[in-house]
Design a protein around this ligand. Structure first.
Ligand code: SF4
Length: 314
């Protein structure tokens, strides 16, 4: 990546203060994302993936304390959510107004952020509905969100998120509430849209099959840190970090039914209220050595392809 990245996270940390508890959701996350690149954040629940998206979007809320840097070098200014950055939530109802018709909701960011007239924005909204597979678009444009199925609502939410032509689209488990057929269709739709518009995509998922389907690169998160990052084919085909290997061994697939019983990684992630002295994966790692429990593993390799594990330290 010789050109400046679109997005750069440097030592990003987030602590939530709840009822006198300090919950460490991110513990120093470093990542880069190039313009037009598709990066998946992969990990178990509680690994900090969604918190990273909320921090980038500026949606953390008052109980969060943030440190580190979130930089948009290509923009040269702070991004505006809705214009420079679009957000697709897991539950499309989070983004949709239940009483307004869907064309009005898609037209609003086109009008507000791009200065289009109301009639031009509405015509573009209908075209976007058609683009995301809602037909007959002109007729259904006048319907409120409750008239659509779950998969259709997610398509509408995606149309709304890309309406202002953002440089970056953030997507938080956008298919995990959908059935397998809808999952694959929505992923293919997202893929086609971001490719056609050269929009960068940062997608959160717990499912390696989802990451494999859409991402150029994968960053594996564990206990609020990136433990491995690299091109998708390399991470999925030749994973280096013991956690990545365990995650892939336990993975389900979009294309085959889940095995019974479901495989899982033995042990539990670290307590988010506790400090971690060494490697966060040490209590679950079959290759842990004594230094793993006392010394944080250094990251070897670059920000685009690297691993944080003592096995690879010089
Ligand atoms: Fe396992 Fe040690 Fe590597 Fe952590 S640093 S993943 S404990 S080998």
């Amino acid at each position: 990546m010789n050109a400046p990245p679109l997005l750069s996270l440097r030592d990003l940390a987030v602590v939530f203060h709840r009822d006198r508890r300090r919950i460490r959701a991110l513990r120093g996350l470093d990542l880069v994302l190039a313009a037009g690149e598709r990066l998946a954040l992969l990990g178990e629940s509680g690994s900090g993936k969604s918190t990273a998206l909320l921090a980038i979007a500026g949606l953390l809320g008052p109980e969060a304390e943030r440190s580190g840097e979130i930089l948009f070098p290509l923009l040269g200014r702070a991004p505006i959510l809705g214009r420079d950055v679009g957000f697709v939530f897991q539950d499309p109802f989070s983004a949709l107004d239940p009483v307004l018709d869907v064309a009005t909701q898609i037209a609003e960011p086109i009008r507000f952020h791009r200065g289009a007239s109301w009639s031009a924005a509405r015509a573009e909204a209908v075209a976007l509905l058609r683009r995301v597979g809602i037909e007959p678009a002109e007729k259904r444009a006048r319907d409120a969100p409750h008239r659509f199925s779950g998969g259709e609502r997610q398509r509408i939410a995606i149309a709304m998120a890309i309406a202002a032509e953002p440089r970056l689209l953030l997507a938080d488990e956008p298919t995990s509430a959908l059935d397998t057929v809808n999952q694959a269709q929505i992923l293919d739709l997202l893929d086609g849209l971001v490719r056609a518009r050269d929009t960068a995509l940062l997608l959160v998922t717990h499912d390696p099959a989802v990451a494999a389907r859409i991402a150029d690169r994968i960053a594996v998160l564990y206990a609020g840190r990136c433990v491995e990052v690299g091109p998708s084919a390399r991470v999925l085909g030749a994973p280096r970090h013991p956690y990545t290997r365990a995650l892939l061994a336990a993975a389900l697939s979009l294309d085959r039914p889940p095995p019974r019983p479901l495989p899982e990684i033995p042990g539990s992630p670290p307590d988010p209220e506790r400090d971690i002295a060494g490697c966060p994966f040490a209590p679950r790692c079959p290759l842990a050595a004594s230094r793993c429990r006392t010394t944080p593993p250094p990251r070897t390799g670059g920000p685009e392809d690297g691993v944080a594990c003592h096995l690879y330290a010089p």
